[in-house]
Design a binder for this molecule. Structure first.
Ligand code: ZN
Length: 376
């Protein structure tokens, strides 16, 4: 006998002809074909408190509807795939449900909870996660505030700069009295005072090659890359993360073009693939090639005002949240997502072109294949 008790999430429904429209959120409306009313009867039985399959069968039988357990199992699987069901007796050893600190997170994760992972399960993944933040400047300091708010359990921060007056248009965790002091130390102090439960480690220094990043990766679940200099730094982060199998998210601005992307080793093309394709485009003929060459010749101007850093920091933090919790698939894996600040923030997505000869991608795919083979 299956004694696991399940609950239907807070849902409402309304019949429109043969279709049952079910809603559990303004943006989640599900249409169920229900010409004979069986789905509606089932939902009504499920909404009358927690149930096991046997309970459900009895509730339906009381209403004169006899349904075999095997059919109920199929219905439960179908409703679970729509994320309408949760376990009633999910263990909560950390007391997260009643902890006001995570009140909003619980409400957010409730939308994505299923029989596979509960809302506390998602929060637990955050609490157990270790994120490496490279750079605590314009975008990095904003990402950091979001990660702390989400309750990421461990953060390692790297930066080499001091706080300057010019930072104040977009870096809101620093204070006037911090000017001249180490940015990364002040950022760590901010995290500790914001939430003393978060473990913060600090690295004061520069990234001078892939080895500097690789040395910090053991135990890290995801990397937030926010260093702008030198130009090669993103490729160094890419190389280290690809070799270690750690996903990374990069957000930044070039002129009026805001953008972010992520790399999911073994599952998405990497930045080296993308840059090789861009180099090939720039060496060609035609308008696209000329435009690519010209943008490379333009002087680098940092136009990142506060709302820009805020937008990019939020998007990067969202993508990191996806990697750490897997509440949904990464949305920018192997895709440049751009917003044009000179054109009403118009959005454009440009997928990376995979390079079939890329050594880093080949290695990462082999490692992923070995992992699944070992797990099988
Ligand atoms: Zn690659």
């Amino acid at each position: 006998m299956n004694t696991k008790r399940h609950t239907l999430k807070g849902s409402v429904w309304e019949r429109v002809g043969d279709v049952l429209v079910v809603a559990c959120d303004p943006s989640v409306q599900i249409e169920l074909e229900d010409p004979d009313g069986q789905a509606e009867t089932l939902l009504a039985a499920m909404s009358a408190g927690p149930w096991t399959l046997e309970d459900l069968q009895q509730r339906l039988a009381h209403q004169g509807t006899m349904v075999p357990i095997a059919d109920l199992e199929k219905a439960v699987a179908a409703l679970d795939s729509l994320r309408l069901l949760v376990h009633s007796d999910q263990p909560d050893p950390g007391g997260l449900v009643g902890d006001e600190r995570y009140f909003s997170n619980m409400a957010f994760f409730d939308l994505f909870a299923s029989l596979e992972c509960s809302r506390t399960g998602y929060q637990q993944r955050l609490l157990e996660a270790h994120v490496l933040q490279l750079g605590t400047g314009g975008v990095g300091s904003t990402v950091l505030q979001h990660l702390a708010g989400l309750g990421v359990g461990r953060l390692t921060l790297l930066d080499c700069d001091v706080v300057e007056q010019r930072n104040f248009a977009r870096q809101f965790l620093y204070r006037q009295e911090d000017i001249g002091r180490s940015k990364v130390q002040r950022a760590a102090d901010w995290v500790r005072s914001f939430d003393p439960r978060i473990q913060v480690d600090v690295v004061e220094g520069r990234v001078t090659g892939p080895d500097d990043v690789a040395a910090l990766l053991p135990g890290v679940d995801a990397v937030s890359a926010g260093i702008d200099h030198p130009n090669e730094v993103d490729l160094w982060v890419n190389e280290a993360c690809m070799e270690a199998g750690v996903p990374f998210v990069r957000a930044g601005i070039s002129g009026s073009r805001l953008g972010y992307f992520s790399v999911d080793p073994g599952n998405s093309p990497c930045l080296a693939c993308s840059q090789k394709a861009d180099t090939e485009i720039a060496s060609g003929a035609g308008i696209d090639a000329a435009a690519t060459r010209l943008s490379g010749k333009l002087p680098q101007v940092n136009r990142a005002i506060g709302p820009v850093a805020g937008l990019l920091g939020s998007m990067a933090a969202f993508e990191l949240l996806r990697y750490v919790t897997r509440y949904e698939a990464p949305q920018a894996a192997g895709v440049h997502v751009f917003w044009d600040a000179a054109n009403h923030l118009a959005q454009r997505r440009k997928p990376f072109q995979a390079d079939s000869h890329c050594r880093l991608c080949q290695q990462a795919r082999m490692r992923t294949a070995r992992f699944f083979k070992a797990a099988a």
